[in-house]
Design a protein around this ligand. Structure first.
Ligand code: SF4
Length: 694
């Protein structure tokens, strides 16, 4: 701070890492960022922060930033720096040529859940109004797409039900497949405070995460399930509640579809769902499951928090629906202290989904096949919208390998490193005739790109992010974009190079368009955000100041729906060659593939990925603490160091995916959620053997 001088001004903005959405004061000396100070009036964080938000912003000025556009005719050639005009003209000419030759559906877009709402809205508009198809997807595909599907089917709204404040009224916290201490640290602190005050904790996780046993916190029940058996565990909890008569019948009659409930009760009451019947499959002792079910049903206000350990499975959407069933069954909806709360990984996963960056949905989760929905956007945009849903990310890559998908605009997303089955992603990218990467850095995907458009960091742009509690927070420009343009401007320039004629001059205008076309956003404007600080959607004439807790007087979209959730084992099986199950996660100090955190001048960020293995499994393989090991699956292999720990059960190993040197996704499979294609990152059959190192 001394070197950077005394701050002379400050700008309130929002952290661009996780879905907690902490507010910060960016303290500036001229155009120099002196420090980030957590803002005490921030409604999501109330003056708290974690190390990433507070210290890991150095990447914005890192020497690796690319500041000028670049093009090349083939991916074997070196990059040529060119003007913005030349790069955009090159990109537009190639994309138009591809569409003329291969049809309008031969190109598409992938955007990032790190981008602002306004950027995301423009990218899906580019796809639909300029490219003329629905091939638009977001990296939410690989994390929380099952949340959108599952909560939409059961509750009628694809979002978490509560605000963060709600946890202060919770008596029993059920955490499934989430590690808030590392993934959502500021919310984890509030959660732990409530636990220290006496709330009970149930954790469903194959790994003994920090929250299971930390200072002054001890879970009443840790259910260390075998990876891939979430549905069996949640169904067993529901089975106990139904067969022991612990459900909240009055709530179900009042708020839910009673006929569907009766059908569900018959299904879930079947003995095949009992804790005793599933013990062999899940690995969780039946007595523990029964005790946990009784605690959740009778312990007072029960709140469910879940993460990617739920969604990133072949039954991700089924588990989300099973969780929703459990909440309705126990009447834990519609008041403080209860609810279903997906902990969103990235800063704007909620917003990316809200903004229609899915190939089947326009903004506001409305299906593109519905003529009256298309009519709203056709009138606003002055174009005809393709009624056919587009391709999801994995379908785009499959189609590229097959030769029918030829052009991709990839904004803020390193699909080569973050998507499963790296070799298949590379083959898809290599087969395309035009790949446009729009990013801060020459990421791994850019190795296959023909056009590189330099992006702006969150410090260099205006816009909004929507956090895990549906809170729309302002992102404010702290300094001028080092690359010359904000990201929404770059998308607009690309659209105009294709002939669009867009004339936005500020993201506030984009938000006006969003609120005029999207019912749950009709009350959202930059003026309202200035006035209130932030708002939680739905924000409309019925709730002009937003909606902290949803479904208070019954479900907002009709009656709650119990969905049948049959457990189906993943196709990924262990066997003699691959006898262990790998599951993955994050550490506090790193973020996803590390593109930002690894480029911050602080050595703590540079920890390597390691493999956690139970001492018994290590011993039989001749592996000792710190040894290099080879981690191999049916898909690929990598090398990393072993850490011996009983955090994981025998038969289970665990690693993180933060470092390109490890490329953990080389080993993950291409199995995915049946409803949404969210990859099954959390279950891979592997073998571990001693190695001499990479
Ligand atoms: Fe940023 Fe999340 Fe940390 Fe808050 S908890 S500072 S939003 S990374």
């Amino acid at each position: 701070v001394a070197e950077l001088g005394t701050p002379t001004r400050c700008v309130i903005t929002t952290c661009a890492y996780c879905g907690v959405g902490c507010s910060f004061k960016a303290e500036m000396n001229g155009d120099q960022l002196v420090r980030m100070v957590p803002w005490r009036h921030g409604k999501a964080n109330r003056g708290h922060s974690c190390v990433k938000g507070r210290f890991a912003y150095g990447y914005a000025s890192h020497k690796d930033r690319i500041l000028n556009p670049m093009i090349r005719d083939t991916i074997d050639e070196p990059w040529r720096e060119v003007s913005w005009d030349e790069a955009l003209s090159f990109a537009a000419t190639r994309m138009k040529a591809i569409q003329q030759k291969h049809g309008r559906r031969s190109v598409g877009v992938i955007t990032s859940s790190r981008c602002t709402n306004e950027e995301t809205y423009l990218v899906q508009k580019l796809t639909r109004a300029v490219f003329g198809n629905n091939n638009t997807d977001t990296c939410a595909r690989v994390c929380h797409s099952p949340t959108g599907y599952g909560l939409g089917k059961t509750f009628g709204t694809s979002a978490g039900t509560q605000d963060f404040d709600s946890v202060e009224h919770t008596d029993v916290v059920l955490i499934i497949g989430a590690n808030p201490t590392d993934g959502h640290p500021v919310f984890a602190s509030r959660l732990k405070k409530r636990l220290r005050q006496g709330a009970k904790l149930i954790v469903v996780d194959p790994r003994r995460t920090d929250i299971v046993r930390s200072a002054h916190v001890e879970a009443a029940h840790h259910l260390p399930l075998r990876p891939g058996t979430n549905v069996a565990v949640v169904s067993a909890l529901a089975h106990v509640i139904v067969t022991e008569g612990l459900m909240d019948e009055a709530y179900i009659r009042e708020a839910c579809d009673w006929d569907e409930f009766q059908h569900y009760a018959e299904f879930i009451g079947d003995p095949r769902h009992s804790p005793e019947a599933v013990e062999g499959v899940t690995g969780v002792p039946a007595a523990e499951l029964r005790a946990a079910a009784r605690l959740f049903a009778t312990g007072g206000n029960g709140a469910i928090y879940y993460g990617l350990g739920v969604t990133e499975h072949s039954q991700g959407s089924t588990t989300v629906m099973a969780i929703a069933n459990l909440a309705m069954l126990t009447g834990n909806i519609g008041r403080p202290g209860v609810g279903v709360n997906p902990l969103r990984g990235q800063n704007n996963v909620q917003g990316a989904c809200d903004m229609g960056s899915f190939p089947h949905e326009l903004p506001g989760y409305r299906h593109v096949k519905l003529p009256d929905v298309r009519a709203i956007f056709e009138k606003a945009w002055g174009v005809e919208i393709d009624p056919e849903p587009g391709l999801r990310i994995p379908n785009m890559l499959d189609a590229a390998v097959e030769g029918t998908f030829k052009g991709l605009y990839c904004q803020g997303e390193d699909i080569l490193q973050s998507d499963p089955d790296t070799h298949h992603v590379a083959a898809g990218l290599k087969a395309m005739e035009c790949v446009i990467v729009h990013d801060l850095f020459l990421n791994e995907t850019a190795n296959y790109a023909h056009v590189f458009l330099p992006g702006s960091s969150f410090l260099e742009k205006d816009g909004t992010f929507t956090n895990a509690e549906r809170r729309i927070n302002r992102v404010r420009k702290v300094m001028q974009p080092r690359n010359g343009y904000e990201d929404w401007e770059i998308t607009q320039m690309l659209a105009n190079a294709m002939g669009a004629g867009w004339r936005y001059t500020h993201p506030a205008q984009i938000m006006e368009e969003i609120s005029s076309t999207t019912p749950s956003f009709t009350g959202v404007s930059y003026e309202r955000l200035e006035e209130l600080g932030s708002v939680q959607w739905p924000c409309d004439e019925n709730a002009p100041e937003g909606t902290p807790i949803m479904h208070v007087n019954g479900f907002q979209a009709g009656r709650g729906r119990f969905i049948i959730t049959e457990y189906v084992a993943t196709e990924e099986r262990t066997g003699p060659r691959f006898p262990l199950l790998l599951t993955t996660g994050r550490i506090l100090s790193q973020y996803n593939v590390g593109a930002q955190t690894r480029r911050t001048e602080n050595t703590v960020w540079h920890e390597e990925d390691v493999l956690e293995i139970h001492p018994h499994d290590a011993e039989v393989r001749g592996v000792t603490e710190g040894d290099w090991v080879r981690l191999a699956s049916r898909t690929g292999e990598t090398t990393l160091r072993a850490v011996l720990t009983d955090r994981v059960s025998p038969g289970v190993v665990y690693t993180t995916f933060h470092h390109p040197a490890t490329q953990a996704n080389v080993v993950t499979t291409d199995f995915s959620d049946w409803a949404t294609n969210c990859p099954e990152y959390k279950v891979t059959a592997v073998q571990v053997s001693p190695s001499n190192g990479p």
